[in-house]
Design a protein around this ligand. Structure first.
Ligand code: SF4
Length: 205
């Protein structure tokens, strides 16, 4: 199971998922508390078919936080986000963005794989959203990059962001770019993605 490494300063952690439920404040529970709560979660039916829940990877103090969609087959098997073909595309993006290991982290809107890689449903996104918000709060990135429309639907339901145009949400800069998987199937988008990155480099450099 790959997780975002625990911050050595993450002292204020809950002892277990039950404690997390009782406090009703995941942020107070720190990275380890959130991880325990995710692993114990049965809030939507996806827990019945999941092999490994996928929590996140990368820095615990990222400048840029990528928010993907949901684990795919390889991610579900390994418990690591973006470890399949989409992961290779994300690696290319990281290189193009000139981000080093301590500069970024990646999480998904859902922690469990929807069977057959179908799109997440609205109730599933709503059920998992407290984890998404808690991870954002703890990771406290300078910029949130929503990778595609599902990440947008989860983060700001009902809102439509322009591709590549940053917006301010409660003091956080949010930018919507293409999901790396979308670049695999439509190579033309790769050039557009690079243009959007070039136009926004000032957000993280
Ligand atoms: S997808 Fe999220 S809400 Fe649903 S069971 Fe998994 S962790 Fe819980």
């Amino acid at each position: 199971m790959a997780t975002i490494e625990k911050n050595p300063d993450d002292k204020n952690t809950c002892k277990n998922a039950e404690a997390l439920k009782l406090t009703n404040d995941p942020v107070k529970c720190g990275f380890s508390g959130i991880e325990k709560a995710i692993l114990a979660c049965k809030k939507c039916p996806l827990h019945e078919t999941v092999t490994n829940k996928v929590i996140g990877k990368g820095s615990t103090a990222p400048k840029v936080l990528f928010v993907g969609e949901a684990p795919g087959k390889t991610e579900d098997e390994k418990g690591i986000p973006f470890c399949g073909r989409a992961g290779k595309e994300l690696d290319k993006m990281l290189e193009y963005m000139a981000l080093s290991a301590e500069d970024w982290a990646v999480i998904n809107t859902l922690k469990c794989r929807p069977p057959g890689n179908r799109n997440p449903t609205k109730p599933e996104l709503e059920s998992c959203k407290p984890f998404l918000l808690a991870q954002i709060e703890l990771l406290d990135p300078k910029v949130i990059i929503l990778l595609g429309n599902t990440a947008e639907r989860a983060f700001c339901p009902g809102r439509k962001l322009e591709w590549g145009i940053p917006e301010n949400f409660d003091g956080r800069i949010v930018l919507k770019l293409y999901h790396p998987a979308a670049l695999i199937y439509t190579r033309l988008r790769e050039e557009v993605q690079k243009e959007m990155i070039d136009q926004n480099r000032g957000l993280w450099e």
